[in-house]
Ligand binder design. Sequence first.
Ligand code: HEM
Length: 498
Amino acid sequence: MMVADLIFISVVFIFGLVNIYSKLISAFHGKRNRVPRIKGRLPFIGHAHLLDMQKCHIKFEEWTKQYGPIFEVRLYDETIVVLNDYKSVHDALVKSDDAFAGRPKMYRTDVVDRSRNSIVWQTYTPKLVFLRKEVLKSLKAYGDGLDNLEQKCIPEMDRLVQRIRDKSVTAFDPAPIVHDAVSNVMMSFLLGCRFEHGSREFCELKKIGTLFNVAFGSGEGRSLDILPWLRFWGCHQRKRLEHALTSRDAFWEKITANYLRDESVIGNIMRHQNSKLGTTMNLNDGTIKEVFTNLVLAGTDTTTTAIVCLLSLVLHYPKVQRRIQGEIDKCTEGGNPVTLADRQNMPYTQAVILETLRYIAHVPLAVPHCTIRDVHIQDYFIPENTTVYINIWAAHHDPEVWPDPYSFKPERFLEEDGSLVHPQHHNRKRLLVFGAGRRVCLGEVLAKNRLFLFVTSLFKNFTFQPEDHSQLPEVDPRKYELGLVLHPQKFQIKAIPR
Ligand code: HEM
């Protein structure tokens, strides 16, 4: 009897201990709630049959109504957590330290070493942190500084204005010529030189941009990441990938031999190659080439699209154009060009730029993130190595935060007295145009300033009108096409000199 009692007491005691221990552990790690899963998953393909890859940001936005702002989808063998509102994105990217700062492994970037050398595609490593820091420093030295930026933009803006004047009021597609100007500003930061628009080098540069867009964009090229074994069937995506890289490499050889100046962002980074830190970080030629490619691609299409979308929007809202021109005219009474110092006197123009960036949300899913350790957000457990999509699109069209989200209303960023809302105002804080946290866009300052200079230069010199008043271009961003970024369908515009 005594022995049985003892055994009974010991068993109860052990169970008690186990119970307390497991409670302590779960209190320590928080609740292990699973992220809600989207229904309708099929074997092997997961939710792929429910998603059009060109428009998945919109489908995700729809699903938030049923599943809430955080949910999980499966694409073939990859589980993806999607964050769809400001709060979840802020909790993940800002409040969770570096937990979401990784990039997932992808066939297309892994196979050609981009995941070890580039900034955009590299996961969160000491080399990435080093590269980000050095590029930011170089951009500050050669790009972001107000005088520098104006000096580099003015010649390109003047050429852009002249090219538009040469159209002599006939309708034209603004995208290619805006792209040329933006791209040449990038060249003067990155290499310290510019190219003539018709030159062979400039044409090659544009071709490489297109090749990378197709090979590494979110369209059909993505099938190689999802089904890497496709390459064994001689698939054309793999060949396109190789073609993009060999063209880029040939271009790189030529520009480093003939054009690259020491006083440039890339020249500055190259100087680190032989430093002690540069050697420790394995800062090889492949790395420099990748950094160059990242900055050209990330810095050209994004800004071009924003300017072109703004032009299409003013065709629908001529009053917006008139108010911008009113502000420009006040600031340039003596005939001076608009400078960055004039921004403080042009709140409406700044509000239009901010609202354009909110409304079009043209980098709708940012760049895929990946958790680098187990983490919780809002009681949901997300394990290490989970791919995470940041749905900037849904956050920018969340009706709880932005009433009537599909209407273009610059007033969202203005106080009642017409001044620009303060940077700490909730509407500015909730703009996620450039991402947030450890992987925030490296070109944020440059992009905002360059947008301001280009937009004011265009509206100072021209009044834009539609080619045909009865057929305005589509401005609903839900209809835009997705490449590396969302962009509107081609349209024609007339520019009347002022
Ligand atoms: C309107 C213009 C632009 C927009 C809307 C934009 C937006 C973005 C977004 C959403 C990301 C992804 C952030 C994330 O992963 O969560 C990003 C990353 C990046 N952007 Fe931009 N960007 C713009 C202009 C530029 C410019 C001008 C440059 C070049 C100087 C640039 C360089 C980069 C780089 C290097 C990254 C990768 C950062 C990393 O992976 O750590 N961007 N950008």
